[in-house]
Design a protein around this ligand. Structure first.
Ligand code: ZN
Length: 141
């Protein structure tokens, strides 16, 4: 199981995820408000250092995906072939998150047959129990 590598800028993302909320960093400068990902100190649009964490609906669509095959790290080789998807957020189409398409929050990495994965398929975020790792399930399984 992957565990988050937390840095100062990204820590709030993981704190919210542990509570079952997908939040994306946004500029808090009046008149800007641009979302940004990955988290970083400064707004790339207006250069403000003020930021807030805006709650997302958790809906998105599969923008791209791969099915990794060995050679892989030993923990992953045991689960291959599995999928890694890139999700375009419905609330912020320029923001894309990397994750796994699974049949449920704590299901195996290979719990969705790869022939069922389609570019454009609507997905919903779910969070693993305990670790709060965001993963994705099909809106219409
Ligand atoms: Zn800004």
């Amino acid at each position: 199981m992957l565990t988050p590598v937390v840095d100062d800028d990204g820590a709030p993302f993981w704190e919210y995820a542990a509570q079952g909320e997908l939040r994306i960093q946004a500029c808090a400068e009046p008149g800007c408000g641009e979302l940004r990902f990955p988290p970083r100190p400064c707004c790339p649009h207006c250069h403000s250092f003020d930021s807030e964490w805006r709650r997302m609906s958790g809906k998105g669509r599969v923008w791209s995906y791969v099915v990794p095959h060995p050679p892989l790290l030993p923990d992953y080789a045991a689960q291959a072939p599995y999928n890694v998807i890139v999700v375009e957020l419905a609330d912020a189409p320029r923001i894309r998150l990397v994750g796994n398409l699974v049949s449920g929050p704590d299901a195996a990495l290979n719990s969705v047959a790869q022939e069922r994965i389609r570019i454009g398929a609507k997905v919903q975020v779910v969070f693993t129990d305990g670790a709060g790792l965001p993963r994705w399930v099909l809106e219409r399984p």
